[in-house]
Design a protein around this ligand. Structure first.
Ligand SMILES: O=C(O)C(=O)C[C@@H](O)[C@H](O)[C@H](O)COP(=O)(O)O
Length: 378
């Protein structure tokens, strides 16, 4: 078969099958440039309201406007500040009031253009506006493409904990444009990679091996590898979400590393000291260390994870976080706000091996305390 070098690269479609709430995640290059053609079939009238943040607006908003216009779709845009602090009551109110002022109707579609902060905030705004309007996710960060844009968890943070206010509200379409990753600073790419490697760690040892071999080239910019990593991650997430949309059971596995990670994000004030994906990577390694400490997995497993994170140049220990952290009891208190807490007991995602995770409440406090004491001592 002859190969046409000018042909557009293929788009991978991952279907998330949830009955009436099913949708497609399109993964590939050039999706923002043809957003109008992609979104138009969802519209009753040829207009969308886009919410984004300042950094992404500078890089992607003109391209989206042109891409929408080429498909005959007009847009209005609201630009919020960049950063995790935007996932708050204040900006939720601003977003919802702006959508109301724009006279967004129940039949309209709202577009979230940005990373996880924007996707979570806008999805939540869409879920409560007129008791629910449809929304499209256009994730521009690696983290949002592989994780937060898929599965319908939307929400904002409380000063007492991460994502404590929110709703399950599935998007109607996700456009994961691999070209958008070109503009990501290296730190943000690696933070997003924390969520990619999580999939291998929680349920797919072969994917972890593939990442071990290919992730350095992927981080260096190989687009085919990036597309394959995003496609595979989204497929894994879709499989879990299809089994357990509202986290009554298996979906909690996607929370590997998050019990620790969310506590660390709260401890660092949701600031630039620690990005979400960095907290997840550190949290995954702590979960592996705890599992080894409890005799659930071999000591080689956390060692292999630590080596991989180190080779990728990622933060992996508490000493990689700048500034002071609360002590062990402070961190355990922050973990007490985790949404997996049941009957007052913390529940953790632990592992039997790389690619074999499970949910348990059976973690003696002394083991947790020893782990954190050691981790805090560096
Ligand atoms: O989609 C899920 O389910 C996840 O747990 C994925 C996580 O990576 C993501 O960060 C999620 O937003 C965390 O959810 P939370 O319920 O622990 O706030």
């Amino acid at each position: 078969m002859s190969h046409d070098p000018t042909a557009a690269p293929a788009i991978d479609d991952v279907r998330v099958s949830l009955g009436a709430r099913s949708y497609t995640v399109r993964v590939g290059r050039g999706l923002i440039a043809r957003a109008g053609a992609e979104i138009a079939p969802l519209l009753r009238r040829n207009r969308v309201c886009v919410i984004t943040e300042a950094t992404v607006a500078e890089l992607q908003l003109d391209g989206l406007r042109t891409g929408l216009a080429e498909g005959g779709v007009a847009m209005e845009a609201l630009i919020l500040p960049a950063g995790e602090a935007t996932k708050s009551w204040r900006y939720l109110e601003q977003a919802v009031e702006w959508l109301i002022a724009q006279k967004v109707e129940r039949g309209d579609v709202v577009v979230a253009l940005g990373g996880g902060v924007i996707g979570d905030l806008v999805g939540f705004a869409a879920s409560i506006l007129r008791r629910g309007v449809r929304f499209v996710q256009i994730p521009t960060s690696l983290l949002a493409q592989v994780d937060s844009s898929v599965g319908g968890k939307t929400g904002i943070n409380s000063p007492l904990g991460k994502n404590l206010i929110g709703a399950f509200h599935q998007p109607s379409l996700v456009l994961a444009d691999i070209d958008a990753l070109d503009t990501l600073p290296a730190r943000d790419f690696l933070a997003g990679y924390g969520e990619v490697v999580k999939y291998g760690l929680l349920g797919d040892a072969a994917f972890f091996d593939w990442l071990d071999a290919n992730a350095p080239a992927m981080a260096a910019g190989d687009k085919a590898l990036r597309q394959e990593a995003v496609r595979h991650s989204v497929r894994m997430k879709a499989d879990i979400v299809e089994r357990d949309e509202t986290e009554q059971g298996d979906r909690a596995l996607l929370n590997l590393g998050h019990t620790f990670g969310h506590a660390l994000e709260a401890a660092t004030g949701y600031s630039d000291r620690l990005l979400h994906g960095e907290g997840v990577a550190i949290g995954c390694l702590l979960a592996f260390d705890l599992s080894a400490r409890l005799g659930l997995c071999s000591q080689e497993a956390p060692e292999r994870v630590a080596e991989h994170l180190a080779r990728m140049g990622m933060k992996r220990t508490l000493s990689d976080i700048e500034g002071d952290l609360p002590g062990r009891d402070g961190l355990i208190a922050l973990m007490g706000q985790d949404k997996k807490v049941q009957d007052g007991s913390l529940r953790f995602i632990l592992v039997r091996a790389i690619g074999d995770s499970f949910v348990t409440a059976d973690v003696p406090r002394a083991a947790l305390a020893d782990l954190l004491d050691e981790a805090l001592a560096g």
